[in-house]
Ligand binder design. Sequence first.
Ligand code: GDD
Ligand code: MN
Length: 369
Amino acid sequence: MPIDLTVVVPTYNERENVAPLVGLLDKALEGVAWEVLFVDDDSPDGTADAVRELASRDVRVRCLQRIGRRGLSSACIEGIMASAAPYVAVMDADLQHDESVLPGMLEKLRTDAADVVVGSRYMGGGSTGELASGRVWISRVASALGQLVLKARVSDPMSGFFMLQRVYFDRVAHDLSGKGFKILLDLLASGRRDVRVAELPYHMRARQHGDSKLDTMVVWEYLVLIADKLFGRYVPVRFVLFVGVGMTGVAVHLLVLGLLHRLLAVDFLVAQASATLFAMTSNYFLNNVFTYHDQRLYGAALVRGLATFYLACSIGAVISVEFATFLFERSFPWFMAGFFGAIAGAVWNYAVTATFTWRATRPKSVAGK
Ligand code: GDD
Ligand code: MN
């Protein structure tokens, strides 16, 4: 019998949860030709082994293990890609999402009443259960912000629980940003045409085993995703962040220079050199946390990265000065010469550090969280 529904479940350290979840799906999806695909990012607790153990006894269970990768959105996307079913659901592994809503979602898709059906905590009949009030508040603000880029009204665009038509996914697949946690928002904001969304309420349950992988940086990732959807087509968000960090560097530079030269009467040349070093160092760490949050360097890679960053930026400074002088000598006004010089330096620094400091695939630097 061909499979009608694939349930994609991203996992990271969910060993204890996979077997109970399969049991619940088995009960809830009686009469449906379903499979469950766990997409595991090489969890240190051996989640993938637990899944394969189940899979060896039950053909409806599959495991996609990714090595050297992290990311909830990209895990969901790759799980959906690996399914041949006409309908695909995404849900947490931790039993927080109510599987008994799945048949209702499937019904809406089968009757073609919607492209996407969202499990909502914020409509009548739904609730956030025991979710901490701080989390609820953040979730609500984020939902309101999300409306900026959404092409449909949704009460719970932050939901990690939804089902969609495969044909809808194929329509938006090439426009997904795949960053961060907010896969649903990404899916809903990426279509060129309006998307037909239906919502079904559910009561969120408390996590049974393990911990939430959401941390405060999730909020940051979310803002980056919104920015990407708003203007990413015109300027890469990463470049904008890089330039933003560069501006904080200017402030750091002037602060240190003033402190050393004016307050401590350090020789100007020495003060200027120290300020440059200070600003470069703070730029490096800020870029590592904010601009390259998803490719963050740790340990030895962090030290190596600092060295290449210093080197790249030193050359960038020379380029900036040379280019500004070149323009100035060709009768550009000082501020324009200075501005274009700074942009030239920034483009150089950005391009070179993107390649040598934060290389796109760097399995060893993946956070071991
Ligand atoms: N493969 C993979 N890689 N899976 C991950 C990763 C990762 O980097 N990070 C988290 N997961 C898995 C978890 O194991 C879990 O099954 C699911 O993704 C959601 O992570 P949780 O840690 O349970 O997040 P949460 O419960 O705090 O938030 C979830 O529910 C919210 C409400 O529905 C997320 O789905 C949010 O997006 C959602 O808003
Ligand atoms: Mn969860």
